[in-house]
Design a binder for this molecule. Structure first.
Ligand SMILES: Nc1ncnc2c1ncn2[C@@H]1O[C@H](COP(=O)(O)OP(=O)(O)O)[C@@H](O)[C@H]1O
Ligand SMILES: [Mg+2]
Length: 319
């Protein structure tokens, strides 16, 4: 009998997406092919203690020693500490292959200031933006309204607000700087919203069918619209002409390559007139049953377990 690959499915952590991460991990655990893998759930609590399987919680030093007994780590974490290169660096130190992008790519994609610079370098449309920082303190907080204010390294729309007046902008930026060291203020783009996933097979990246997102419960794709049942309507494949489909897929692939992503990514876009503006690239997209990447993979003929096989295969390939 073939030896099963021992996989640690790591989730949780101190980010604002802790709960989403637990849901992603539970789904990954449920869908991993038991003929190939022997998975264990590893939960990092908000207090940063680790819980491997049913054992009691331990500190990070002891946890890393135990983690070394695994063949592979599937990182089902979103946001800071899990998706931004820090977890990836820990796994590199202990020599365990892992899912998704490497340290630098993860960090670059998580930082909307850096990733926007890269998109611009590629000639992609990005909404006009400005980064306002606490240290060193930015002196000029002015920006044209309507605008979107968001943490530079956030996710799941946590802390994202749309502001319509200059007075509101000043207040929202001030509040945001209390919780975040750096905040992005970005031109509000009116238009349809889309997202487009990328996976890899045998070392080749390919784009999945794009999804159109129509928020139902909120004005934009905020946390509620993302995670509440019926919070938004998601149409995969999106109703776009073949040429527009090609355009968004090419942009998602280009962003994936330019950021040096591995295994998977999912980029968000707004369609304004006939141009797509790119908002961001997620290196660890949501993995719940209703999440966008698994939906798009299914539309391309990859079941959830088959999608996980591809992600693991890509992670094992990385040297
Ligand atoms: N410039 C913008 N114009 C219009 N809507 C935006 C803009 N930026 C963000 N949004 C809305 O906010 C959501 C979250 O923003 P995004 O940049 O994708 O950050 P997150 O990492 O939190 O997902 C988007 O899905 C979109 O609905
Ligand atoms: Mg997003």
């Amino acid at each position: 009998m073939k030896k099963l690959l021992k996989i640690a499915v790591i989730c949780g952590g101190p980010s604002s997406e802790h709960e989403v991460s637990l849901n992603s991990a539970k789904m990954v655990l449920k869908k991993l092919d038991r003929k190939r893998y022997a998975p264990t759930l590893v939960v990092i609590q908000k207090d940063k203690k680790w819980k491997l399987g049913p054992s009691k919680s331990i500190d990070i030093g002891a946890a890393l020693a135990k983690l070394q007994l695994f063949d592979f780590a599937f990182i089902a974490m979103h946001g800071v500490f899990g998706e931004d290169g820090r977890m990836q660096a820990l796994l590199e130190w202990i020599g365990i292959p892992y899912s998704g992008s490497g340290v630098l790519s993860s960090a670059m994609a998580m930082d909307k200031g850096i990733s926007n610079k890269i998109y611009q370098e590629l000639g992609m449309n990005v909404p006009a933006y400005k980064i306002i920082s606490k240290y060193p303190r930015s002196s000029d907080h002015r920006f044209k309204v309507p605008a979107v204010v968001k943490p530079v390294d956030g996710g799941s729309s946590v802390g994202v607000s749309i502001v319509k007046s200059t007075k509101e902008l000043q207040k929202v930026v001030k509040d945001a700087l209390r919780k975040n060291d750096r905040v992005m203020v970005q031109q509000f783009m009116q238009g349809r919203e889309f997202t487009c996933g990328v996976l890899e097979k045998k070392g080749m990246a390919f784009a999945l069918p794009p999804t159109e997102i129509i928020p139902r419960s909120s004005k934009f794709f905020d946390y509620k619209a993302k995670y509440r049942v019926g919070g938004s309507l998601e149409i995969t494949p999106a109703k776009l002409s073949p040429s527009m489909t090609k355009k968004i897929q090419a942009m998602a692939l280009e962003a994936h390559r330019a950021l040096g992503c591995r295994g998977m990514s999912r980029s968000d876009f707004i369609l304004n007139g006939s141009t797509f503006s790119i908002l961001e690239t997620n290196t660890i997209p949501g993995m719940t049953e209703t999440s966008l990447l698994p939906q798009a993979a299914r539309a391309k003929g990859f079941s959830f377990p088959a999608m996980l096989d591809l992600i693991i295969e890509a992670g094992l390939k990385r040297k």
